[in-house]
Design a protein around this ligand. Structure first.
Ligand SMILES: Cc1cc2nc3c(=O)[nH]c(=O)nc-3n(C[C@H](O)[C@H](O)[C@H](O)COP(=O)(O)OP(=O)(O)OC[C@H]3O[C@@H](n4cnc5c(N)ncnc54)[C@H](O)[C@@H]3O)c2cc1C
Length: 454
């Protein structure tokens, strides 16, 4: 039977920026919809964040705009903070591989995620769409509503015109650092977790760590294996200094009040420590140095906007879109939903509201945040509503909502992390959900295979 040819006027030539987990999902969905796709990737491999890079940047804190940029933020010991069943793409299960050298653990090391992304790319023939070692330098609108993508490769700069651009450049490369009174005269070293790889440089040191998110928890344990003392300063601890149960050399403190030139660090409860290193585990900034939209899209206090549902700038939709901005979420399934919606919006299969309606929706969202006293920098934090968001996007692109087992497993994994913070990667009590996940994977995997063959 001949393959039906889709309406050619609805097929677009699309540039995707980045070949991480987001860019790969975008490339797959765009091509499935019939668009032609070029993926621009600065590095020489697939996987983005999940490609471990032992190099660090010349400015360990990050504010120097002329520093050498290293994309990755992985540390050598990193294991996923989500079970693989929850973490994987919906229609390409992240199941343990029996191949030699693979890591079958439920919370595998970082290399296993990179291998999985390479398997995904191979399975769906995505590698052939990627132009490696090709950095996007500038993306701007040209007069006929198309987009000029200027890129550099091997020292040569060139440009090409596309109907649409999907931005998937990741948001864990540009460090955010804490403001510390007195820091200019403090004599110690400072580093951001973006530049943390291994504990050795911290041997016998007294280290202050700022932050309490997943990487702060991991890095504090890593550093404590060689450091003399580790002091964690965090907004989450308000009860004065205390030793972390089960650890001889890790203390918890409230935030830093100030630091002084003789090397002391004073916390908000009045306790004081003399330290030699401050490690900022304080998160990252959205950064799109290549994007030239005449200020239609801006980043203000880490709010990328205006964006309809964290994806489309209302007046440029669907020709410019962003995959993967939401954080504190399980990213891979979110990438799939967002990408499906973008691909269908570009082909005309799904219609978006008018620019005015989208803008109104964005304004309502911003004012609801303001009324609730939520700062701008939390605009893309979907921690409390990621599955509502996913299911809403799923409905827009006529896809099945998130699986019930995935939602339950996410809740169960989050609880487990609180109950057994040191061992949650190796102990759990949701075996029944793992069985449900595998039943579902078998079903979905067949669907995926049929799609490839079809
Ligand atoms: C330390 C750490 C631990 C994490 N742990 C987990 C976890 O356990 N589980 C989980 O699900 N998620 C985790 N994440 C989140 C992780 O970022 C996502 O899983 C996912 O990899 C993000 O994919 P992405 O495609 O959005 O971005 P990235 O993976 O960052 O990919 C972006 C790509 O864009 C390329 N690029 C950037 N700028 C340009 C340019 N100008 N031109 C061309 N190419 C460009 C980059 O080289 C890169 O390949 C973690 C993140 C970090 C930093």
């Amino acid at each position: 039977m001949p393959i039906p040819i889709p309406n050619p006027t609805r097929l677009r030539h699309v540039a995707v920026i980045g070949a991480g987990a987001g860019g790969l999902a975008a490339a797959r969905e765009l091509r499935r919809e019939g668009h032609t796709v070029v993926v621009f990737e600065r590095e020489n491999n697939i996987g983005g964040t999940w490609v471990y890079d032992p190099r660090t940047e010349s400015d360990p804190l990050g504010p120097d705009p002329t520093r050498n940029i290293v994309h990755g933020s992985l540390y050598a010991s990193l294991r996923t903070n989500l079970p693989r069943e929850v973490m994987g793409y919906r229609d390409y299960p992240f199941v343990a591989s029996t191949r030699p050298g693979r890591d079958p653990r439920r919370y595998p090391g970082h290399k296993e995620v990179m291998e999985y992304l390479n398997d995904y790319a191979t399975e769906f023939g995505l590698g052939e769409l990627v132009r490696f070692e090709t950095e996007v330098l500038e993306v701007g609108i040209v007069e006929n509503g198309k987009w000029k993508v200027k890129y550099g490769k091997n020292g040569k700069v060139d440009d090409e015109v596309y109907d649409a651009v999907v931005v998937c450049n990741g948001h864990y490369t540009e460090p955010r650092i804490a403001d510390i009174p007195g820091i200019d005269s403090w004599p110690g070293k400072q580093i951001h977790s973006h530049n943390y790889r291994v504990p050795d440089p911290y041997r016998n040191q007294v280290v202050i760590m700022i932050g309490s998110a997943a990487s702060a928890v991991d890095i504090s344990r890593d550093v404590s294996t060689v450091a003399k003392e580790v002091h964690i300063a965090s907004r989450s601890y308000n009860n004065g200094a205390s030793k972390l149960p089960g650890h001889n050399n890790i203390w918890l403190h409230p935030m830093i009040e100030s630091v002084r030139e003789e090397g002391s660090v004073t916390f908000q409860d009045g306790s004081e420590v003399r330290a030699s290193i401050i490690l900022h585990c304080t998160g990252y900034k959205y950064h799109f140095p290549f994007l030239k939209t005449n200020n239609i899209v801006t980043v203000d206090d880490n709010r990328v906007g205006p964006l309809y549902k964290h994806i489309f700038p209302p007046t440029l939709a669907p020709w410019l879109s962003f995959v993967g901005l939401p954080w504190k979420v399980v990213p891979f399934p979110l990438f799939e939903y967002q990408s499906k919606w973008i691909a269908g919006a570009l082909s005309g299969k799904f219609s978006l509201p008018s620019p005015e309606e989208m803008m109104k929706d964005v304004e309502n969202f911003y004012s609801s945040m303001e009324t609730a006293g939520i700062p701008k920098r939390y605009t893309h934090n979907l921690a409390s509503c990621q599955y509502e968001y996913n299911d809403w996007v799923a409905a827009e692109c006529k896809s099945a909502p998130s699986e019930e087992w995935r939602k339950e497993m996410y809740v169960s994994a989050s609880k487990s992390k609180i109950v057994r913070p040191e061992t949650y990667r190796d102990e759990w009590d949701d075996e029944h959900l793992i069985m449900q996940a595998h039943e579902d994977f078998n079903k979905n995997f067949k669907v995926a295979k049929n799609l490839i063959k079809g």
